[in-house]
Design a protein around this ligand. Structure first.
Ligand code: JD8
Length: 420
């Protein structure tokens, strides 16, 4: 599978860095089919004019519509050589078929939707992307109308600052997108624990020497990393991710409640310090499930404090407090055996608050925290937990045909519906 990229610009050399490093290698390996077009090639006057003064007055120049229309129509006329053909409605990759392929047009602009890792995943799943790099004060607005009649168009901003043109934004977007194309990054595993993939920043990394003599200042590597104790190393790394995120991006740690039942509570990502309270809450919440399923041998009821701590490393866990009391929690992670499945787990609400819709709200919240390339939600519960099974089915989950991994449980899955 390859992805075709067409970039239109008045500065083709600006895109030369895409010949280098991973992207250059991906192009040579045929994983990326990148074409750069000079807008001036679609002018017909001696000065190859692409701009003119703005109607209504004002500073600067505006890019003329005609050259853009001809350039975009030229791109549209290009064959999608990797045999992937799609109709006007969708530009997603498809199996062999017949039809007329069109690219999804991305126009960088300071007023666009924020570029994000989620959007990078979405665009990496496309078969064909085109990028229109503006300059001056921007493109004549009628260029967007012309384009939207022929292909999907999205104006995207790299961030809340002002550049002089779209080329730098396209360089950043293409790198963020292409590295998510299967086969481009050698070890896809390394993509999983990255910042912005699961709402936490990455942990600090070290390499040899174990003690670095920095001009007489000895700088040792944290001993835990030399211990060989992979569980302890994973816990330490998760704690580092939490502390860094709290210090640098607290907004990521205090995701705005999805309104509704959670709005009145203080929500945040859990830390190791929450383990004791979580142990207490899970034991309180699973008593009913134990009685309903006629067994006390249920992980939330038999886990130790260390088990809860280990769970905080294996999953991203959220906690909600009311008046300083832990009243609710939920956690999520990519399924170990299928990274496109997001496990929604340990949904718990203090017994005195059950039946208020909090459980459903937490389930939906944990679903929203799934990385963009997740396609399926998974959860399990006791096979006799009728009330919970009913709630999950009402939320769109369906009993999984596959036999449940844990005795006395049922597993339910739900396909992820795209919101954007
Ligand atoms: C495309 C022309 C310059 C912008 C007058 C300065 C993206 N995050 C971002 N900041 N700026 C851009 C961007 C700026 C561009 C163009 C993208 C085309 N300009 C204009 C409006 C104000 N000059 C961007 N992505």
């Amino acid at each position: 599978m390859s992805i075709r990229l067409d970039v239109v610009t008045i500065f083709p050399d600006y895109l030369a860095p895409l010949d280098l490093s991973l992207i250059g290698k991906a192009r040579r390996e045929g994983l990326v089919d990148l074409h750069v077009h000079d807008l001036r090639d679609f002018t017909h006057d001696r000065h190859r004019t692409v701009d003119d003064t703005p109607f209504g007055g004002g500073a600067g120049m505006v890019m003329k519509p005609q050259p853009w229309a001809e350039a975009l129509d030229h791109v549209l006329a290009q064959p999608l050589v990797s045999g992937n053909v799609v109709d006007m409605a969708s530009t997603r990759r498809t199996q062999e078929g017949v039809g007329h392929a069109v690219p999804r047009l991305i126009v960088p602009g300071p007023g666009g939707v924020p570029f994000s890792q989620a959007l990078a995943h979405e665009l990496a799943a496309e078969a064909w992307l085109a990028f229109a790099c503006g300059r001056y004060e921007g493109l004549d607005e009628r260029v967007y109308e012309h384009a939207a009649e022929r292909m999907p168009v999205t104006v995207v901003s790299l961030g809340d600052y002002v550049l002089n043109g779209g080329e730098v934004a396209v360089l950043a977007m293409v790198e963020a997108i292409v590295r998510l194309v299967p086969g481009v990054v050698g070890n896809a595993e390394s993509l999983v624990e990255e910042s912005h993939e699961d709402g936490l920043l990455e942990y600090p990394v070290y390499t040899k020497p174990a003690v670095w003599d920095d001009r007489g200042t000895e700088r040792p590597v944290p001993p835990i990393l030399l211990s060989g104790n992979h569980c302890a190393i994973a816990q330490w790394r998760h704690q580092q991710r939490l502390e860094r995120t709290a210090a640098r991006r607290p907004d990521l740690l205090h995701p705005s409640a999805t309104g509704g039942a959670l709005a009145a509570l203080d929500g945040r990502v859990a830390t190791a310090a929450d383990a004791p309270e979580l142990l207490t809450l899970q034991r309180a919440c699973w008593v009913d499930q134990g009685r309903a399923n006629d067994t006390w041998d249920i992980p939330p009821l038999v886990e130790t404090l260390d088990d809860v701590r280990a769970g905080l490393t294996a999953y991203t866990t959220w906690v909600w407090h009311s008046g300083g009391r832990l009243v609710a929690s939920g956690r999520g992670r990519r399924a170990p055996d299928d990274p496109t499945t997001w496990e929604v787990a340990r949904l718990m609400v203090a017994p005195d608050l059950q039946g208020t819709g909090l459980g459903r709200a937490i389930m939906e919240f944990v679903e929203t925290r799934a990385p963009a390339d997740v396609t399926t939600f998974w959860l399990n519960t006791g096979h006799r937990s009728e009330r919970l099974i009913r709630m999950y089915k009402k939320a769109g989950y369906r009993l999984s045909a596959a036999p449940a991994r844990h005795q006395g449980t049922v597993e339910l899955t739900k396909k992820r519906r795209r919101t954007s």
